[in-house]
Design a binder for this molecule. Structure first.
Ligand code: F0G
Length: 463
């Protein structure tokens, strides 16, 4: 039998001791089964720790700030720097880290102008070691996988989880098994997994099919699952919110807007906000809103059609392949977070995503398509009056521009919607496109092209 996953019984003094709590029936246990589901009711687990509530918020803020100038790996990690709110491993030497977190909070001057929201920011999780927000969760979950003595870790993925897992497994001396839908993830993400030495299986199914298979696999084989069903992942992903609030000098924004796929990230951020509020780190909760692609809108439909009581799963289709998910595992956690923070759930079209991605690119930041749903969603929430222009808004950009170069190239060349029902309508995005120009290698040709560019877009070059 494989080793079971236990909470840290021998924590050092002052470190947290944690338990697994079922989000359905509320039962609390010191251990979790390999599928990370409640043995009584089958629902998902979350990690709790009573010591989190007894912290002094002022002392914590000082401690976290002081750690920023230290050189120990555990302090250089933007995740473990907030370890007072993480499950504690048996020793600091166990920690598998690539110095994740520490991601910038950018202002977005052009998008501010377009949307009329002066206090608009992007928390860019694409600047993590493997280029996505997954690294923040992976450092924690990989640490506990190694501590439990697993040789193999595994995940189903639309690409980013697999890239991140493969990297952390490699760093932690473990082997990794990747299950991805064949032909439906970007080559950039797949190439990460290959380079980090994962055993990569492209399955003839979609993400939901891969995840179903993985859950069966972990019940039969000594393989540790690293999908966001694994509650250690969500603990690490919580730190995005801690770091964000620190960057805002602990003044909560009015809104945080995040893309929704399998719904682990929104659940993690929401959990962090509630914990920060409960311990007095922040005086009030931001509204956390989740945005999905119209073609992969299971949460939107769940909220609209069943008031969040029953999952409406669906056959997903979107070019934002990271969130091409129709049966999100953490839907119940996400519904609770929407309700607790008063956030909205909205969907955006493929054209809206493409335009928003180009707009974020024009800020000199860039992101992958799934991340761009946040800006597209903000525009809708402004139209509906849910977000007011004078409010402070943070968009969570989940993945780097380099994660899906095919999408970007096709967009700028004008091929993204070729042969699809959106082809004609997509012409309205032509002003956002910057296709490459092929020229003879002469000075004359380059100067003429420069002059043409200046004439066709004088406003831009006068900025
Ligand atoms: N943005 C990006 C770039 C993602 O890769 C994902 C999920 C999401 C948003 C949605 O986050 O699932 O927590 O709601 N990617 C997973 C993967 C599913 O396998 O890489 P979520």
């Amino acid at each position: 039998m494989p080793p079971s996953v236990t909470s840290a019984k021998d924590s050092a003094p002052g470190q947290a001791t944690f338990r697994f709590r079922c989000i359905g029936c509320g039962s609390v246990n010191a251990t979790a089964a390999q599928d990370f589901r409640c043995s009584d009711c089958g629902n998902l687990l979350e990690i709790t720790d009573s010591s989190w509530n007894s912290r002094n918020p002022t002392a914590l803020k000082t401690l976290w700030r002081e750690r920023r100038i230290l050189n120990e790996a555990i302090d250089l990690s933007g995740v473990w720097r907030f370890r007072e709110f993480l499950p504690a491993p048996q020793s600091e030497q166990e920690i598998v880290t690539l110095r994740e977190g520490n991601t910038p909070l950018y202002d977005l001057p052009q998008s501010s102008r377009v949307t009329g929201v002066p206090r608009l920011y992007a928390k860019h999780q694409g600047l993590n070691p493997t280029g996505s927000f997954k690294d923040a969760g992976m450092t924690v979950a990989a640490t506990f996988a190694r501590q439990a003595g697993y040789r193999w870790v595994a995940c189903a993925s639309t690409g980013n989880t697999s890239a991140s897992m493969a990297a952390y497994a490699a760093r932690g001396g473990m082997r990794s098994l990747v299950l991805v839908p064949e032909g439906k993830i970007s080559w950039s993400k797949l190439s990460h997994a290959l380079d980090y030495g994962a055993l990569t299986c492209q399955l003839r199914t979609d993400f939901d099919g891969c995840l179903r298979l993985l859950q069966e696999l972990v019940r039969q084989a000594p393989v540790y699952q690293l999908n966001s069903i694994n509650p250690f992942r969500l603990e690490g992903q919580k730190t995005l919110a801690f770091e964000l609030l620190e960057q805002l000098d602990w003044e909560p924004p009015d809104h945080i807007i995040v893309p929704g796929g399998n719904l682990g990230n929104s659940s993690a951020i929401g959990k962090a906000l509630l914990e920060m509020r409960d311990v007095g780190l922040i005086p009030r909760l931001p509204k956390l809103s989740v945005i999905q692609a119209e073609g992969a809108n299971a949460l939107v439909r769940t909220v609209r059609e069943t008031q969040g009581k029953r999952l409406v799963s669906m056959q997903p289709e979107t070019r934002a392949t990271a969130i091409r998910i129709g049966n999100p595992a953490s839907w119940e956690k996400a519904v609770k977070v929407l309700q607790a923070t008063g956030g909205a759930c909205e969907q955006v079209s493929e054209l809206e995503i493409a335009q928003a991605k180009a707009e974020i690119g024009a800020e000199g930041i860039g992101c992958e398509p799934a991340s761009a749903v946040t800006l597209a969603g903000l525009k809708k929430l402004l139209q509906q009056g849910f977000v007011k222009p004078q409010e402070t808004v943070v968009l969570v950009l989940t993945g780097s521009l380099l994660k899906d170069p095919d999408y970007t190239m096709e967009f700028h060349r004008g091929d993204l919607f070729k042969g699809t029902p959106l082809e004609q309508e997509s012409a309205k995005l032509s002003s956002f496109r910057h296709p490459p120009v092929v020229l003879d290698a002469t000075l004359d040709a380059v100067i003429k092209t420069l002059e043409l560019a200046e004439k066709s877009d004088p406003a831009r070059s006068n900025e």
